[in-house]
Design a protein around this ligand. Structure first.
Ligand SMILES: NC(=O)c1ccc[n+]([C@@H]2O[C@H](COP(=O)([O-])OP(=O)(O)OC[C@H]3O[C@@H](n4cnc5c(N)ncnc54)[C@H](O)[C@@H]3O)[C@@H](O)[C@H]2O)c1
Ligand SMILES: O=P(O)(O)OC[C@H](O)CO
Length: 355
């Protein structure tokens, strides 16, 4: 049992809930820590028994969160069915490439009406599916939510002040997640635009790689601001064309997450861009990182999708040509700078067609 249950932001102590966190990486560890400190019983599922045993005996996940003690009633397990079975609410922090497989293999273990919240910021290659869409397909009888925002795991575990967004259609899902996670250093805002919140979380990883590249080249603060803002224009153009609400991009899950990921070397996507900007090969940078940087996969999928539906995404195309083609960084920068000068905010002034 935890030594002390901190009161939540509303001053009341919540009843203890059984929650499951699926995924023993950086973000699963960070969310397990918040939930444990808030007094909940956390069934923390990870694949690796040695890692589970380490968390069980020392409270530390040294591979993904070295030196951080995950306090409270944390119950690490490699038995996924047991974790789901015991939980009232399930949080899923599994990389997008493995997300469907893990959920599908255990779909019969989820209960009717059980709340399942995706923490994953990626897109499935086959069919361009977001994680909430996978959940709806695999476990349609559950109530689905998506948590996304400017949430560097390494800061959350330090109890650095942080805000995030829970997006769900069901108000009870939104309220439950706010109550479970909210505390003196973690605030949870609500949104109903699941698709926009989720797509924003996936797309910003691409622009974080771009920002890392720019930082490696020491392009200057004006250039950084230009890249972030044009990244926002590009990602909202794309997302809105697929049905997202443009206003979502003004919120924490949109511009908030874009800012943190594009300005912090704590972001793994930023670090990949920085390494490539310093001349490292992409594969070597990924191997050295040793953690997931979803943006490198999202980039390929978004480039393909944007071309298929005719959405202009010059930063996506330029980054793709650098990472996966043979374009030099300077040639891409030159072509971006010399393209047609266009509208700032296209929701006010439509873009001219020629580019
Ligand atoms: N780390 C952050 O700051 C952060 C913040 C918000 C959201 N996210 C998102 O959370 C998701 C998970 O990222 P992370 O940071 O925890 O990654 P990570 O690289 O730190 O850890 C990945 C975890 O997934 C596990 N895993 C990999 N393949 C698996 C499989 N086939 N089956 C089961 N488990 C598997 C690994 O064992 C590891 O425990 C990503 O989509 C990421 O974008 C991360
Ligand atoms: O480390 P990254 O680049 O995966 O980013 C982590 C979070 O998504 C930031 O909100």
């Amino acid at each position: 049992m935890p030594e002390k249950i901190e009161p939540l932001a509303n001053g009341a102590k919540e009843p203890v809930h059984d929650v499951a966190v699926l995924g023993g990486g950086s973000f699963g560890s960070a969310m397990a820590k918040v939930l444990g400190e808030n007094g909940h019983r956390v069934h923390f599922w990870m694949r690796d028994e040695a890692q589970a045993e380490e968390v069980r005996t020392t409270g530390i996940n040294s591979r993904y969160m070295p030196g951080v003690e995950i306090k409270g009633d944390i119950r690490p397990t490699t038995d996924l069915a047991d974790a789901i079975g015991k939980a009232e609410i399930v949080f899923v922090a599994i990389p997008s490439k493995a997300f469907r497989t893990v959920i599908r293999e255990n779909s019969s273990k989820f209960r009717d009406g059980q709340i399942v919240v995706s923490l994953t910021k990626g897109i499935e290659a086959h069919g361009f599916k977001l994680m909430s869409e996978i959940l709806l397909e695999e476990i349609p009888r559950c109530r689905i939510g998506v948590l996304s925002g400017p949430n560097l795991a390494s800061e959350i575990v330090n109890r650095d002040l942080t805000a995030t967004v829970i997006a769900a259609k069901d108000p009870d899902v939104r309220r439950t997640v706010q109550d479970l996670l909210g505390c003196e250093y973690f605030r949870v805002y609500a949104n109903v635009d699941i698709y926009g919140v989720e797509l924003a979380g996936a797309l910003k990883n691409i622009y974080a790689i771009v920002a890392g590249l720019a930082s490696a080249l020491d392009m200057g603060e004006n250039a950084n601001a230009m890249l972030i803002t044009r990244g926002l224009a590009e990602m909202s153009r794309f997302a809105v064309s697929l049905g997202a609400n443009p206003m979502t991009f003004m919120g924490l899950a949109g511009v908030g997450d874009l800012i943190v990921t594009c300005t912090s070397s704590k972001s793994r996507n930023f670090r990949i861009g920085y390494a490539v900007g310093k001349g490292q090969k992409l594969d070597d940078a990924v191997a050295e990182l040793g953690q997931v940087a979803e943006g490198i996969y999202t980039l390929e999928l978004v480039k393909e999708k944007a071309e298929a539906i005719g959405i202009y995404m010059p930063l996506v195309r330029g980054l793709y040509e650098i990472l996966y083609g043979d374009a030099s960084i300077s040639a891409v920068i030159n072509s971006l700078m010399m393209s047609v000068q266009n509208s700032d905010v296209e929701f006010i002034l439509p873009r001219t067609i020629a580019e």
